[in-house]
Design a protein around this ligand. Structure first.
Ligand SMILES: Nc1ncnc2c1ncn2[C@@H]1O[C@H](COP(=O)(O)OP(=O)(O)OP(=O)(O)O)[C@@H](O)[C@H]1O
Ligand SMILES: [Mg+2]
Length: 297
């Protein structure tokens, strides 16, 4: 219950983890869970493949904020466009804006400068949290950011600080500092790390947890171990290949889960591998399992 209460209080939640472990599924499930608890939730997706709407059974957002269910909103963001919007917002003078946006220097700088796109995404999330959203959703209670799997998740969370250190003045420096302060606020910002109980994802999760502690002095609010094989029956000589494979995968899951819990004593939720295709039914089932586990923590 403690974790749910904690998640209920936060204004921005980043869902992070290695590629393909179930970040988008868990983001959608957590979003629906918090929306059902009465919070107004905005899910932000940055992945150019744009698939959160498929998981929630709504038309693509096309960059707009759309309502996927009661209290549950969704928006797809393009970092490139956010950076251009920032130039427009800060410079205001039309001719100057056009000149900068069409200049190759601006393109190269914004493409090449590490952390800038992440800062622009966090900047948008912060504006929403502060109540500067469009008329139809002026101020969500919580923004959930389904972060893309770009290297380690720490790169996302540490990006604004990196930018603030390099660019200390001007509109970008000011924004990066503002975001850095926000991300340090334990009452407002939190994270959820998603992993599967396989060797590489667990290894990366352990490294991510250590890096978060060392570089950000933070722990995630929750670790979700997703897509666990169900317990296998006792092995018998007559087992077919599929049953033996199932038992082996389950054994790997148990081994890797034990490796994780030997270094992580914080909140942990386990979600089963379901024989269901990507979509609203899977999101619903994952949400039920998360809710059950979180009520116990
Ligand atoms: N608990 C589960 N049971 C069965 N299938 C699952 C489960 N969780 C996720 N999946 C499936 O695994 C695939 C990857 O899930 P998802 O897209 O949520 O991962 P992701 O971490 O967001 O991936 P990416 O890094 O590519 O954005 C999808 O096909 C999804 O339907
Ligand atoms: Mg995804």
């Amino acid at each position: 219950m403690e974790v749910l209460k904690r998640l209920d209080q936060l204004e921005l939640l980043v869902v992070t983890g290695k590629g393909g472990v179930g970040k988008s599924t868990v983001s959608a499930a957590l979003g629906a869970l918090l929306a059902n608890r009465g919070r107004t939730v905005l899910l932000l997706e940055v992945d150019p493949r744009e698939n959160l709407h498929l998981l929630l059974d709504t038309p693509p957002s096309g960059g707009e904020i759309v309502e996927a269910a009661s209290n549950l909103w969704l928006q797809h963001l393009e970092p490139r466009k956010l950076l251009d919007d920032l130039v427009r917002e800060k410079l205001k003078v039309g001719a100057l804006v056009r000149k900068i946006l069409s200049s190759p220097v601006h393109r190269h700088f914004t493409e090449g400068c590490p952390g800038l796109k992440e800062t622009a995404v966090f900047g948008r999330a912060l504006r929403m949290v502060e109540g500067h959203g469009p008329k139809k959703l002026r101020k969500p209670d919580v923004v959930i950011l389904d972060a893309p799997a770009s290297g380690h998740g720490i790169a996302w969370m540490a990006a604004p600080r990196l930018v603030a250190e390099v660019i200390s003045s001007g509109p970008i420096g000011h924004l990066a500092t503002e975001i850095t302060t926000f991300l340090e606020d334990r009452d407002r910002f939190g994270s959820v790390v998603v992993t599967t109980a396989e060797e590489m994802p667990i290894q990366e999760t352990i490294e991510l947890l250590e890096a978060m502690e060392q570089r950000l002095d933070r722990r995630p609010e929750l670790v979700v171990v997703n897509a666990l094989y169900p317990s296998a029956p006792k092995p018998r000589r007559s087992d077919d290949e599929a049953t033996r494979l199932w038992a082996r995968r389950r054994a790997v899951n148990e081994e890797e889960l034990a490796r994780l819990t030997s270094i992580w004593d914080g909140p942990l939720a386990e979600v089963a591998l379901e024989p269901i295709d990507a979509g609203p039914t899977l999101v619903g089932v994952v949400g039920e399992q998360l809710a059950l586990d979180l009520r116990r923590t």
